[in-house]
Design a protein around this ligand. Structure first.
Ligand code: HEC
Length: 318
């Protein structure tokens, strides 16, 4: 029995089809899954064996069935199998799309004129080209109506949308990467978990000089509205990160604390310590802070000098 559709052809096709699907659905980063995971190699090997087994089984079933046919039916079956319909179909489609006359039929389309023996064939435009041309006209029409008549989005709007989407992604990223903060980007943290972490950090590192209630000791009072080095989250973060004035005793905590930890302890000071009444408050030092993110109650009183600084700058008034 002559086989016109060799089994290895469709086994290979199915194998690469499954491989492609696997690569599509298995997320393996830069490298293809088949290189990255031994499991994938095993899976593909198993798939290959399975495909070959199926092919062999199908073939033998076909053989057995063939033997049961009558002579006449056998002949008919062989004839239908030998037609190779798939290739004839492909060849016909190809010829139709090219639209060229076969060489034997060129006599029908040759033109009369004759330039020193050179003559012209009047071939039609190849249909594939013509179809594409029509398609581009339809596309152009739709495009024109969509964007120029009914006023769809334009480049500017598309750009703005992309920027807005990117902005969201950045926010999302920053939320997950709190450790990226510095004195310029830090915001007051409000999460209970962050404040709690800040409290723990404060208890471990800061209480010796600032007291548990922030009333102050070696270090200044943190409960009042007066700040030596500037209030507001950004200044407080900056002070903790870079330390106080030389010789005062407040070290630069960036050596010991991560940025996120400094943001947490800053937020703890501003939400839980600042504004409370300390048991043994140290006298106010520095000036009333009224810059951005200053609490409302710290509105300047008559005659008290007011700092008009942005939150990122640090005022050194010895
Ligand atoms: C060794 C003692 C000491 C320790 C420990 C200490 N500080 Fe200080 N802190 C000081 C002194 C002294 C100052 C005043 C610095 C100056 O006048 O320049 C200060 C200033 C500050 C200020 C600025 C206050 C203002 O009025 O501007 C903040 C905020 C602060 N400390 C937070 C902390 C935090 C948070 C910790 C723990 C991580 C900490 N400190 C640990 C001694 C300390």
């Amino acid at each position: 029995m002559k086989n016109t559709n060799p089994w290895w052809l469709w086994v290979t096709g199915a194998f690469f089809g499954i491989l492609g699907l696997m690569e599509l659905f298995v997320d393996s980063g830069e490298k293809p899954a088949i290189v990255e995971y031994p499991m994938a190699q095993l899976f593909m090997l198993f798939t290959l064996l399975l495909l070959i087994a199926i092919a062999l089984i199908v073939q033998s079933i076909e053989n057995v069935m063939f033997q049961t046919l009558s002579e006449e039916a056998k002949a008919r079956y062989l004839e239908s199998k030998s037609k190779k319909w798939e290739w004839t179909w492909a060849r016909k489609t190809y010829a139709r799309l090219m639209g060229a006359k076969p060489i034997e039929a060129e006599g029908e389309i040759i033109l009369d004129h004759n330039y020193d023996g050179i003559r012209e064939l009047d071939n039609k435009l190849p249909p594939w080209w013509v179809y594409m041309f029509y398609a581009s006209i339809v596309f152009g029409l739709v495009y024109m109506l969509r964007f120029h008549v009914f006023g769809g989005y334009d480049q500017d709007l598309e750009y703005e949308r992309n920027v807005a989407a990117a902005q969201l992604e950045i926010e999302e990223y920053k939320k997950n990467a709190k450790d990226l903060v510095d004195a310029n980007t830090v915001e007051l943290l409000t999460d209970a978990a962050d404040i709690k972490a800040g409290e723990e950090l404060f208890t471990i590192n800061c209480v010796v000089c600032h007291m548990a209630d922030g009333g102050g000791g070696i270090g200044p009072n943190l409960t009042d509205d007066y700040w030596i080095l500037g209030g507001g989250i950004k200044n407080v973060f900056h002070t903790i990160s870079e330390g106080g004035r030389d010789g005062k005793g407040m070290i630069a905590w960036k050596q010991n604390l991560k940025p996120l930890e400094m943001a947490q302890v800053s937020s703890y000071i501003l939400t839980e310590i600042h504004g409370k009444t300390a048991a043994n408050p140290k006298a106010a030092e520095g000036e009333i802070w009224s810059g951005p993110s200053a609490p409302e109650k710290s509105a300047p009183e008559e005659g008290v000098p007011v700092q008009e600084t942005d939150t990122t700058s640090v005022v050194m008034n010895q």
